[in-house]
Design a protein around this ligand. Structure first.
Ligand code: F6P
Length: 430
């Protein structure tokens, strides 16, 4: 029994929904939450493909159908899947709060329409609570559902919402590391080792763009574990690398890469691998990409940073050295998102799933994100601590320039004559 909006409610059925890009160990959250709910005598309803069916809910034209739009999950659906690939209930990027841009929009019934549709769908499915699993956009939607329901008359039924943070990007405030991050780093770092062996054999260079959206966590993780010669993240761009219009000057990035190539040649090494964070694409002058996803965000994968820079780097290398060099660009990310999860990610994701059950059944929480710190100690972080109070957008956690984590990558990469910002400076020879 728990209290919400002054009413004492019993949770008999909980919905689980996963939205956004897949992340390794997704099924561990679903299984751990599901099994612990079933153990407590609570029914578990898995909504298929994120918000897509709930957002389209219409009692007369598009009712929610069992085993087509959702499934009542039983023990057999949930046992033995914690380490499996993919997302057992599917996902989508449909985000029903797109029209809400500021807190004032929460009083606009037209803009709130899609959120009311989702709430009606949840009530029609008979759930008293929802476990949302997803990235920053999904947390934003979860918070909007809570805020919308706070504004309902007291007699209206509510659905409690708790959220589990998910992303291979690790750019979430309120949690040390997100599940799936270390598996993704590992999968992509292995690719990097393969590319390095190829580069060594062919005396070439690879420019590898990694996913990670606006933050450099994934790029740095892959650079560190994959032994890259240079990693450039969004957090590495000093003010001096920007044009008068405030955009990233690509020539600065190109020169940094060529500096590294030349420095390695000085040591007799005519090959190497560079990691570029995909978020750099957002810093380039507009017009580089116009493709947007269902949540209205730039599709960074469409920019193809690695290939774009590969052409520029081989031209600049030829101009500086008078020699030709094979420079190949490629993108990495998709191959990691549904990979078999590491034990660490399975353990973390399982604890977050259990945390979601505890948040609902033991603590009666509504509007909290499940988190852990230290040795998987559970924490419940109010949505209000994670979203901007005016725009209602989730805050993004970038790598802190100059932090120990940031410097870790810098200490390990190849040194150039021109020292990099936040770096240890040129290596002392002899
Ligand atoms: O949010 C996770 C993520 O993996 C980002 O790193 C990447 O930009 C994005 O998903 C790409 O997702 P999709 O192409 O599926 O929209």
């Amino acid at each position: 029994m728990w209290r919400l909006g002054g009413e004492r409610l019993t949770i008999r059925r909980v919905g689980i929904l996963f939205a956004g890009g897949p992340a390794p160990a997704a099924n561990a959250v679903i299984a751990a939450a599901g099994v612990s709910l079933l153990d407590a005598g609570v029914e578990v309803l898995g909504f298929y493909h994120g918000y897509s069916n709930l957002a389209a809910y219409d009692p007369s034209k598009a009712p929610l159908l069992a085993d087509e739009h959702y499934r009542l999950l039983g023990d057999d659906d949930l046992r033995g899947i914690r380490s499996s690939r993919g997302v057992v209930i599917g996902t989508s990027r449909v985000g029903p709060g797109q029209e809400i841009r500021t807190v004032a929009d929460l009083d606009d019934p037209v803009r709130l329409g899609p959120l009311h549709t989702v709430r009606a769908g949840l009530l029609a499915a008979g759930v008293q609570a929802l476990i949302s699993i997803g990235g920053d956009g999904t947390l934003r939607t979860a918070n909007l559902l809570v805020e919308m329901q706070r504004r309902l008359p007291p007699e209206e039924p509510r659905v409690a919402i708790v959220h589990v943070p998910k992303t291979i990007d690790n750019d979430y405030p309120g949690i040390d590391f997100t599940f799936g991050f270390f598996t993704a780093v590992d999968v992509l770092a292995r690719e990097l080792h393969n590319l390095r062996a190829d580069a060594q054999a062919t005396s070439g260079w690879f420019l590898v763009e990694t996913m990670g959206r606006r933050a450099g966590w994934l790029a740095y993780g892959v650079g560190i574990a994959g032994e890259a010669d240079l990693t450039i993240g969004v957090e590495d761009i000093p003010a001096g690398w920007k044009t008068a219009a405030g955009h990233l000057d690509p020539r600065r990035v190109v020169d940094q890469i060529v500096d590294t190539m030349v420095a390695r040649e000085g040591k007799g090494k005519h090959y190497g691998v560079v990691v570029l964070a995909e978020g750099l694409a957002e810093l380039l002058a507009p017009g580089t990409t116009t493709r947007r996803d269902d949540q209205g965000r730039v599709v960074l994968a469409a920019v193809d940073l690695g290939r774009t820079f590969a052409g520029l780097v081989s031209e600049r290398y030829a101009a500086r050295t008078g020699r030709k060099k094979k420079v190949t660009g490629l993108q990495l990310g998709y191959e990691s998102r549904a990979a078999p999860p590491h034990a660490f990610d399975v353990m973390l994701a399982s604890q977050l799933g259990i945390g979601a059950t505890k948040a609902l059944l033991e603590h009666g929480h509504d509007g909290v994100m499940i988190s852990t710190s230290g040795q998987f100690e559970l924490k419940y972080v109010p949505f209000g601590d994670l979203v901007d109070p005016v725009t209602l957008r989730t805050r993004v956690r970038l790598v802190k320039p100059g932090s120990d984590f940031h410097q870790l990558a810098r200490f390990l990469e190849s040194r150039t004559a021109r020292p990099r910002a936040w770096g240890p400076g040129p290596r002392k020879e002899g």
